[in-house]
Design a protein around this ligand. Sequence first.
Ligand SMILES: [Mg+2]
Length: 299
Amino acid sequence: MDACGRSNSGRKYECLLFDMDDTLYPLSSGLNLACRKNIEEFMMQHLHIDENEVPKMCLDLYKEYGTTMAGLKVLGYEFDDDEFHAYVHGKLPYEALKPDLLLRNLLLSMPQRKIIFTNGDKAHAAQVLNKLSLEDCFEGVICFETLNPPPLKPGHDDYNTQGGGVKKQEGINEKQVLAEGELEGTATDDTTNSNRISSKSPILCKPSVGAIEAAIRIAKADPKKTIFFDDSARNIASGKAAGLHTVIVGSTTLVPGADRALSSIHNIKEALPEIWEGEGEQPEQVIHFISPDETSVLA
Ligand SMILES: [Mg+2]
C-alpha cells in the first residue's frame, strides 16, 4: 500500500468514487428541494430575473449545462461563485442529516480508496460529511473548487508559487481538496468529443465527461478498477463513457450506462459483495482529511 492508502493487492476494484448529495443520504432529506428554492431565490433577488421565468429557466439550465449556476454563467450573468454557494447552501436544513453509523461502518470496512466527487462547493461538502459523521471515511474530496479553481491575479503572494492558477485554500488543509495543482491545463483537455456541456460552459462539472475524466486524473485512479456511485442517470451515463464501473443509487432499476442499481447506499454490501472480496485481516488505513474542527471553520 502506498502513502495514499492505494492498494497494490491486485484487487478487482481499487478506488470508489462517491457522489455526495442524494447518494450518501436520501432525496427525502429535503436538502435537494431546499437547494432548488434557494437557487431560484438567488436568481430573483441577485440577478433580477422575472419570478415567472425562474422555475423553468432554473430547470432548463440545469438540464443543458449540468448545473443551473453553470448555465447562468454561460448566459452572461456575473456573480461571485462563493457568494452563490453561500446563498444557496448557507440556508439548507442540514439539521435533517443525522449521523449514519451504518454507512460509516460500511465505508470503513471497504478496503479500497474512497473519494467524494461532488459538484457542490467544499463548505457544503464539509457540512454534509460532518452531519453524517462521515468526515473521516474518505481520502479526499473533489468538489467545485477542485475543478474550478479561482484564478489568481498577478501580484498576489501565491501567484508565482502556485503557477498563477490555483488559489491557496483558507481554513482547509492540503489533503482536503484533492490535488488542485494537477488541474493545470485540464480546461483545455476538456474540449473533446462527447463533452457537449463543458465545451459550452466556463464551469467544469458533472455530467460533463471531461469533468469525470479530470476527477479520475486528480484521484490518480484507474477507471477500469474504479466504481462510481451517483444518483443522477446522466452522471452515470457520463461515468460509463469515461470508462468507470457504475452504480446508480436511489433506483431499483438500471439506467443507461449503469452496471448496477442500488435502492439505497445502505444496500451496498448485499449488491456489491465483490468490494470486500479477498479482504484479509488487515484493514487499510483511512487518512483523515477533514477534522471536525476544520469542518466547523468552514461552516
Ligand atoms: Mg447527487
